[in-house]
Write a protein that binds this ligand. Structure first.
Ligand SMILES: [Zn+2]
Length: 59
């Protein structure tokens, strides 16, 4: 099953979403998006955890 991530799930007013076959493929893409779209240049460990929790398996 693919994994999906919605930016609004971590509190951004943003309609961006990603989908990938594997969860580990999501994080690098999310990092790039938050950097350019939300000016987050370095994610804190707390934020990375939030992002990982927001990556859900599509059922
Ligand atoms: Zn976003």
């Amino acid at each position: 099953m693919p994994f999906s991530y919605r930016c609004k799930d971590i509190g951004y007013d943003c309609s961006f979403e990603f989908r990938a076959k594997e969860k580990k493929d999501l994080l690098p893409r999310i990092k790039i998006h938050t950097k350019y779209a939300h000016n987050v240049f370095e994610m804190s460990p707390d934020m990375i955890k939030k992002v990982e929790d927001a990556c859900r398996e599509d059922l």
